[in-house]
Design a binder for this molecule. Structure first.
Ligand code: ZN
Ligand code: ZN
Length: 262
């Protein structure tokens, strides 16, 4: 049985495992090697069962453990051409890793991974849909800024979706960040707010996606309850009830031990 297991999700680190007890793929590696092993083992999964690390983009909260983990466990790294070039140019990949440039569709050990570009301010940034060997599908959608029709199309009907709910608009407006940073986060090349996340979920439920994890919450501009209430409050206005029409949880900053069976 396939499962979705988020190791960590926030502006300071992101990594998600999709696969089964025999093995699977890691999406982003913004996690130190010790926690990578510890958190996988906590669910009976082993680091050596990870068959590929798919990077969404080159920001450090998504890649900081990639090189060390890939080399230690012999796991190949996959990413867009621009992401890989940027990481090699800046020395964050050393070239000793096994590196593959993704195509729009990449096949690996029975998994199909489909990538779509995002508008996020990082060269070659993508989000992913993964179709598992047993016919399940999961979307990994963080660092969006804007949900393009292509993203919406790709995520339609997924069995589970990790969707960014980065900031509360009021908290960002009144928070400690300098003006330029507030502007960047709220722009189309930044992140999705709780309200934008809620609207996206509403559209996706109409398209057949029913199970969601909210993630990549800002540590300064959001709270888990606020993210949850904003989405559920908006969905209630559409006549949608949690448990009946959809399921939704909010991912913790670091591993909270929850596995979603697909
Ligand atoms: Zn990020
Ligand atoms: Zn980013």
């Amino acid at each position: 049985m396939s499962l979705f297991y988020n190791l960590c999700s926030s502006s300071s680190g992101n990594a998600t495992f999709v696969g089964d007890r025999e093995g699977g793929l890691l999406f982003d590696a913004g996690v130190g090697i010790r926690n990578f092993s510890k958190w996988l083992l906590a669910q009976g999964l082993t680091p050596d069962s990870v068959r590929g690390i798919f990077l969404t983009h080159e920001h450090s909260d998504h890649i900081k453990g990639a090189s060390v983990i890939a080399k230690r466990h012999g796991i190949p790294i996959y990413g867009s051409e621009d992401t890989i070039r940027c990481l090699l140019d800046t020395g964050r990949l050393t070239g000793e890793e096994e590196i593959h440039i993704i195509r729009q569709e990449t096949h690996l050990d029975g998994f199909l991974v489909t990538a779509v570009p995002t508008s996020h301010d990082s060269p070659g940034s993508v989000c992913y849909r993964v179709d598992t060997p047993d016919g399940k599908s999961v979307g990994i959608c963080t660092d969006l800024g804007y949900v393009s029709p292509m993203i919406l199309d790709l995520m339609s009907g997924c069995d589970h979706l990790l969707l960014e709910s980065n900031y509360d608009e009021e908290m960002l407006k009144n928070g400690p960040y300098p003006y330029y940073l507030k502007k960047r986060i709220a722009s189309r090349t930044g992140h999705l707010s709780n309200s934008q996340c809620a609207e996206t979920i509403g559209r996706l439920i109409a398209l057949g996606t029913r199970s969601f994890s909210l993630g990549h919450l800002s540590e300064h501009n959001n709270l888990p309850d606020l993210a949850y209430d904003t989405s559920c409050g908006y969905l209630a206005l559409l006549g949608l009830t949690p448990g009946r029409d959809y399921t939704l949880d909010v991912l913790g900053k670091v591993n909270d031990g929850k596995v979603v069976n697909l």
